[in-house]
Write a protein that binds this ligand. Sequence first.
Ligand code: PMP
Length: 427
Amino acid sequence: MNNLADFDRRHIWHPYTSMTAPLPVYYADSAEGVRIRLADGRELIDGMASWWAAIHGYRHPALNAALTAQARRMSHVMFGGLAHQPAADVVERLLALVPEALDCVFLSDAGSVAVEVAMKMAIQYATGTGQPHRRRFLTLRGGYHGDTLHAMSVSDPHNGMHTLFSSALPAQFFAERPPAGFDAPTDEHYIGKLAALLDRHERDIAAVILEPIVQGAGGMHFYAPAYLRFLREQTARRGILLILDEIATGFGRTGRMFAHEHAGIVPDILCVGKALTGGMMTLGATLATRPVAEGISTSADLPFMHGPTFMGNPLACAVAAASLDLLCASPWQTRVERIGKAFREGLEPCRSLPDVADVRVLGAIGVVEMREPVDVAAFQHEFVKRGVWIRPFGRLVYIMPPYCIEPSDLATLTRAIREVVALNPTA
Ligand code: PMP
């Protein structure tokens, strides 16, 4: 165990940490249901679903069975020139869940890649439809679309994660993020500013890209569906594509299968990932409408230019198909509602604490926003002591557990947040 700790610290990078002064890590030995078991025997109730992904919990027998059955048949073959059943299975299930118009699917390796693919589609679409001047993207401040370079270029420019690279990134157009609140009344002044920005740059914009309803890693910001409807109407009118990044919000997390359903709109391009495989392994997908696909390939010598080695990986596709079957057969709406209710009751008392700026809940997402950035290591230490796995970032202590979590475990999660936030080990 000590050797493992030394080895890890010396040789292995963890997300957003340095090799010279890494944050502490805990050793995960196994995981089952909503529990992560540490190497020292402690068990933690998972509040994070491994960053939105593990919606069915861990070591689910149906997902394990899908993985092993597929491994016995064929783990991987190149997708160039070969097709296979697992890819058809996952795409068939995806098509049944998304708006009918989105019927051209590109399978890739991860969320960030799905975003890169979407952005390349928009650029190639502009070229193919005789608008080569449309090369840039408009997005919302406070957004997050991944860590690859073009995905970063449309992520919040002032977020600590991406400022380091700003001078090396393509310059995009940023609108203010919409006013806070899923139920907030429409702010006409804000709408006017959005329209003015579109007026000013219309000729240069290939696509508007954003996270619908919930901006995740950029600040856990919730906004009203009316702004999405406005942007859909405006982009359609101006010949600009609308790309929705549902990598975090997809597959039920906000109370709808996809967050854009709250607004009743259909994007031109949709990115999904994370919970697509139930968190078992990595897979992304970018779904486009037929007119987008036709605009990209107006002639046979204009293919869409992307094709990763592990495109359509059969193991990931088989698991994703099984995960979508599980999700659709489960009472996920009731579960998400139940989690939201437990969060509203269990987290609301934090609002009166002096260090807390806001408490908000949507679907199965619960957020306590502190007034100051938290000491991640100190918070995690306190959470682990209380038997829960919660990893804050910035000023945000937030949870989005697997949908199958039981009421008593939900109560433990929210109690731990109340206690640790009240203690505020940062101070
Ligand atoms: N878009 C959004 C909205 C995300 O939350 C994330 C991951 N946090 C990504 C894109 C990138 O996905 P991945 O980490 O799988 O590359």
